[in-house]
Design a protein around this ligand. Structure first.
Ligand code: APR
Length: 233
């Protein structure tokens, strides 16, 4: 199992589980003001609105199941040293069985102290005003908001720089720094992008060995895996 496969996922892989993407027609950001619900400024201005938004997301997540796309990604663990680097805050990769998952943008099923970033708890119920850490700070969603640092970025980069291949699934590759990760990949490795409506950002445009598979995650992730099987590393 020497080949390291990095799988970079976004909202599209969870779309067929019933979780809305962000930027598609009728996406989540169409009905919400991003800066009000997903920024430190929004939290300072109206923390109740932010809590309500994530409580709704958390309840919805508890009501959905993994799909074939998540299961196909998890199956890679049998044959490769696989790292899933996801922008998703859902836990569907873990539920599908993926063993190594890096959540670049945080995790919906966790909360953390607003005064101590290292105080993190598993959290399945609604989060309320007055739910505090032992030091008395309000707990907040364990989500990387717009304008915040991405603490797991260096770890993700270190895996990408050692990757033997990358599969990208269901992301518009528009949100940086996640969208720039392929720039750190070794130049010669295969990079396969599965998406019904792929967007080629600057970094993807620089790749000579980019293979695009147009299609949904549930049906087309396995095609990407087939390509890997036939590839001579
Ligand atoms: N299968 C695969 N891909 C799909 C499917 C599907 N069934 N349905 C839609 N997609 C694709 C879309 O074509 C699009 O390219 O999923 C992508 C979703 O893009 P975005 O909504 O921009 O989601 P994402 O790329 O994950 O966004 C990144 O933006 O607001 C933030 O923090 C949020 O992590 C998120 C980040």
């Amino acid at each position: 199992m020497s080949e390291k496969i990095c799988v970079l996922t976004g909202a599209g892989i969870s779309a067929e589980s019933g979780i809305k993407t962000f930027r598609d027609a009728n996406g989540l950001w169409e009905g919400h003001d991003v800066m009000k619900v997903a920024s430190p400024q929004g939290w300072n201005d109206d923390s109740q609105l932010v809590l309500d938004f994530y409580n709704q997301r958390r309840r919805q997540l508890l009501s959905v199941d993994v799909n074939q796309g998540h299961l196909d990604v998890a199956s890679l663990d049998h044959n490769y040293d696989t790292i899933v680097i996801t922008q998703n805050v859902d836990d569907l990769h873990e539920r599908a069985g993926s063993k190594k998952v890096i959540h670049l943008h945080g995790e919906l099923m966790k909360v953390r102290s607003s005064g101590d970033p290292n105080y993190i708890l598993e959290w399945k119920k609604d989060l309320k005003k007055g739910d505090k850490c032992p030091s008395g700070f309000q707990l907040r969603p364990h989500i990387v908001w717009f304008g915040e640092e991405v603490p797991l970025l260096p770890l993700a980069i270190s895996h990408i720089t050692n990757a033997s291949a990358i599969i990208i699934i269901g992301t518009s590759m528009q949100v940086y720094p996640a969208a720039s990760l392929t720039a750190y990949a070794p130049k010669s490795i295969p990079i396969i992008y599965v998406d019904p409506n792929p967007s080629i950002n600057y970094e993807l445009g620089q790749l000579r060995n980019l293979k695009i598979i147009r299609g949904n995650a549930t049906t087309h992730t396995k095609k990407a895996i087939e390509l890997l099987k036939n590839y001579r590393f």
